[in-house]
Design a binder for this molecule. Structure first.
Ligand code: ZN
Length: 333
């Protein structure tokens, strides 16, 4: 998953277009009002003249004049409102219409990317990967615990695969329901094919539909971006992606442990999850590793961040992917 600078520019251009569109709508509304209410236009003209005078008096420190001009302006503005209303126009008819009122369709709030910008990036990245198709197949509606045997028992907890997955399912639903209000992180671990990625996909789809920015990475791809950003400072594409890794509402790291690990990778991994914890942004991690191997592979600090700040969900079962394939075959026969 990667964002090219050209795509970044394309998103920026879409903001310009939104601003043009909003300007066009406003111009049209003004024309309409002026045509119907010529006296409205003369009120606007008077306000324009008075505002200039007001500005000059303010600069000169002429407090008396400032006060009386302010009063006059307020009267003119309320006459405008009344006039608009009497002609049957909505009260906000001459207010700018923004798709995102928070950033006024600029994509930025106080120099930081607006949530609408991050959402646009997340949608773009999902649409260019094959994940969009996967999310239409793997979501809460298509989830079934039938693949999990009630007789497959976890020797440690004594609980069945089915009980465990049903609990995990509820935890994931709850994660989505409270997202943005409560800060939670999930850590799925267990053997290949027990449904870890499936559950991450369920979460991704619902949160994207709810308007959050979600980034999905396999661990090798994530560490690749982190390395590119560190060692190639001129790589603009990597810089944009690096920002989103730290900034997105939800970061999904799939298959942790399949990347090539070294000291650099471990420290980058720690910075990433630690920074996201500090900024209260959620992360979902899945791995085939056991907790013991995780502790061996990554730093003690990273391990303790996860065990103390993530909801740990161990999934068990026969290989679900195999079961599903078998079932499909049976259906086809
Ligand atoms: Zn916005």
């Amino acid at each position: 998953m990667g964002l090219k600078n050209s795509q970044y520019q394309e998103i920026m251009r879409s903001y310009e277009q939104k601003q043009f569109r909003s300007h066009d709508i406003l111009t049209r509304h003004y024309k309409e009002v002026y045509a119907k209410l010529p006296e409205f236009q003369s009120l606007d003209d008077s306000i324009g003249i008075l505002s200039v005078q007001y500005g000059k008096k303010l600069l000169n420190g002429d407090n008396n004049a400032v006060a009386s001009l302010k009063e006059e302006l307020a009267i003119l503005r309320s006459s405008k409102k009344a006039l608009l209303k009497s002609a049957g126009f909505p009260a906000d008819y001459l207010e700018p219409v923004y798709e995102c009122p928070d950033c006024k369709d600029t994509g930025y709030i106080n120099g930081r990317k607006c949530h609408c910008f991050k959402k646009a990036v997340s949608r773009l990245l999902y649409s260019q990967s094959n994940l969009c198709g996967i999310l239409s197949l793997e979501n809460f509606d298509t989830f079934s615990s039938d693949y999990y045997s009630p007789n497959f028992i976890d020797p440690k907890s004594g609980r069945s695969a089915r009980d465990i997955i049903e609990d995990a399912f509820l935890t994931c639903k709850d994660f989505v329901r409270t997202f943005g209000k409560e800060h939670k992180n999930l850590f799925f671990y267990g053997d290949v094919g027990v449904g870890k990625t499936f559950l991450s996909n369920c979460i991704a789809r619902d949160l994207m539909e709810a308007g959050f920015s979600v980034l999905y990475f396999s661990a090798p791809a994530l560490f690749n971006i982190l390395a590119q950003h560190t060692f190639d400072k001129n790589n603009i594409d990597a810089r944009h992606m690096y920002e989103f890794i730290y900034d997105c509402d939800l970061l999904i790291i799939d298959d942790l442990g399949t990347e090539y690990t070294n000291t650099f990778v471990s420290s980058q991994f720690f910075s990433c999850i630690n920074e996201r914890l500090l900024s209260r942004r959620s992360t979902v991690i899945s791995t085939n590793l056991s907790l013991d191997s995780l502790a061996d592979l990554y730093t003690e600090r990273a391990f303790s961040r996860i065990t103390s700040n993530y909801i740990l969900l161990k999934l068990i079962g026969d290989d679900i992917r195999i079961k599903k394939k078998l079932q499909k075959k049976e259906e086809q026969q």
